[in-house]
Design a protein around this ligand. Structure first.
Ligand SMILES: Nc1ncnc2c1ncn2[C@@H]1O[C@H](COP(=O)(O)OP(=O)(O)OP(=O)(O)O)[C@@H](O)[C@H]1O
Ligand SMILES: [Mg+2]
Length: 170
């Protein structure tokens, strides 16, 4: 059985405008994408800027609700899953965002950022979470003292590693 199956996925963004900010048109960012992935497989999606790659990824992890099509993860159709089911799904499926500057809260320390997934999922004690944060930093090749610092104190590549560590957390 494949780990992930995406069938005829469509994601159309509303284009708003006018005095009443109504939907004037639709931007067909993703319009009929299908693929499947087996455990251990890696899929690269290549295409020009703005062609819809990130939109596919965000739809697959259900940060966006697909306009049409189907996303099946480990045999479960998650296309229409609601918040409770999605929260459980987050333990198995995570995203590393394209822009680390935008996806890490600038007001939170690296430690807080890495503990967030455990807090949201109500996992472990405060001490456990702290220990896990240090382990995660080591796993992505950064030193434990990053815990008390803020994302802006790091390079773009180091920040991206915080995003990877957070994605691996659960
Ligand atoms: N929230 C949004 N509302 C409306 N249109 C959007 C939104 N997000 C993205 N788009 C549009 O959807 C299209 C696809 O965007 P997407 O971010 O998926 O591209 P991409 O392939 O990841 O590009 P890049 O290689 O630059 O990261 C773009 O034309 C973009 O303008
Ligand atoms: Mg992108």
């Amino acid at each position: 059985m494949s780990l992930l199956t995406v069938e005829d996925l469509k994601l159309h963004y509303p284009v708003r405008g006018g005095v009443f900010n109504t939907t004037k048109a639709w931007c067909k960012a993703v319009d009929g994408v299908s693929f499947s992935l087996n455990p251990g497989e890696t899929l690269g999606l290549v295409g020009e800027s703005g062609c819809g790659k990130s939109t596919v990824a965000k739809s697959v992890v259900r940060l966006l609700k697909p306009t049409a099509g189907k996303v099946v993860f480990e045999g479960h159709d998650i296309t229409h899953s609601r918040s409770g089911a999605l929260r459980t799904l987050r333990r198995q499926m995570q995203m590393v965002f394209q822009d680390p500057a935008e996806s890490l809260n600038p007001r939170h320390t690296v430690g807080q950022i890495l503990e967030d997934p455990f807090i949201i999922q109500r996992l472990g004690s405060r001490t456990d979470r702290g220990e896990r944060a240090v382990e995660l930093l080591q796993r992505v090749g950064l030193s434990a003292d990053a815990i008390h610092r803020y994302p802006f104190e790091f390079s773009g590549g180091q920040r991206q590693r915080f995003g990877i560590a957070r994605a691996l957390a659960l």
